[in-house]
Ligand binder design. Structure first.
Ligand code: AMP
Length: 299
């Protein structure tokens, strides 16, 4: 059987060499040229230190566009002053190989000074859906996220962009931004990828000491409990939250930031569970802040 070069790329995506682009200018030029040539662009923005959660988004994106562009940028503006920007795990060579392995065409890895040149002064703020949940303890986080994502969309010019439900509030905020600003990009969410024991994959899991890693499983256990209660027909949010808090509090290493049940679209707290909800939580294990959630749809 003769394989033509395009077919080789589809059947064995890892055989194709991925290009690295380091500047905003080159990235824009590449995307403009690709669009002019009629190619569709699927985009996965990341902060690197890849795991299966990231790779799953990339595989989905690979199927949805002629070109797969992945950005790797640890965005300083979404970290608070006492957060882990400096220590955030980074390993470019490892990430490069992994992104190439799933068929990435371009890895866009800009410098912060290129993304935020001197005198940069514009921020994008999605107002309501960013107030609750993580917005309470990280008041400037989401404006950092939406600002950088809007910039990345302008630079990469994707037709479709894929995000994880692991960061559910982030996904909702970006979808809201795309709608509000009449952006042409389609913003899709993909389910959370977990370790075999249930812990949601996260680049920050590498910070966890073995005993913290073990205690962190209570986050998943509490969400499983919520799911079980919802399946049994429990509709009072406070009953579910009580059980969840009980599970989390039984682990002395877990310091709860929040446990809440919100409308899955507005992200406002609900008292009675009626439509789609997100059961969301954030907790510290030592210095590491982890988040997780469960989206539950009542049909
Ligand atoms: P990050 O590099 O942590 O900013 O994440 C980049 C993208 O991967 C975001 O859209 C995240 O929501 C997504 N992501 C991170 N962890 C997971 C996971 N465990 N499952 C699915 N998506 C994830």
């Amino acid at each position: 059987m003769v394989l033509y070069s395009d077919e080789v790329q589809i059947i064995y995506p890892h055989l194709k060499k991925m290009e690295i682009i380091r500047t905003v200018k080159e990235m824009r030029e590449f995307s403009s040229r690709s669009r002019q040539a009629g190619k569709t662009i699927a985009f996965v923005p990341t902060m690197g230190y890849f795991h299966e959660g990231h790779l799953n988004l990339m595989r989905e994106a690979r199927k949805r566009g002629d070109l797969l562009i992945i950005s790797l940028f640890v965005n300083p503006t979404q970290f608070g002053p006492s957060e882990d920007f400096k220590n955030y795990p980074r390993d470019f060579e490892r990430d490069r190989k992994m992104a190439e392995g799933v068929g990435g065409d371009i890895l866009f890895a800009p410098e912060a000074s290129d993304m935020y040149p001197p005198n940069h002064q514009t921020i994008v703020c999605v107002e309501k859906v960013t107030q609750n949940l993580c917005g309470r303890s990280r008041p400037t986080h989401f404006q950092g996220v939406t600002t950088v994502v809007l910039m990345l969309f302008e630079i990469v010019m994707p037709h479709v962009a894929i995000f994880g439900e692991k960061d559910y509030q982030q996904l909702v905020a970006i979808q809201q931004m795309a709608r509000d600003l009449h952006m042409s990009v389609e913003v899709l969410g993909m389910p959370t990828v977990r370790e075999v024991d249930g812990l949601a994959m996260s680049s920050r899991n590498t910070y966890l000491l073995p005993h913290e890693r073990k205690a962190a499983l209570s986050l998943y256990r509490s969400l499983q409990k919520a799911k079980e209660l919802l399946k049994q027909g429990e509709r009072k949010a406070d009953r579910i939250l009580l059980e969840m808090n009980g599970i989390l509090q039984s682990e002395p290493l877990v310091r709860i930031d929040y446990v809440q049940i919100c409308d899955a679209h507005t992200l406002e707290d609900v008292v009675r569970i009626e439509g789609d909800v997100v059961v969301a939580l954030a907790a510290y294990l030592g210095k590491t802040r982890l988040i997780d959630n469960l989206v539950y749809r009542i049909l």
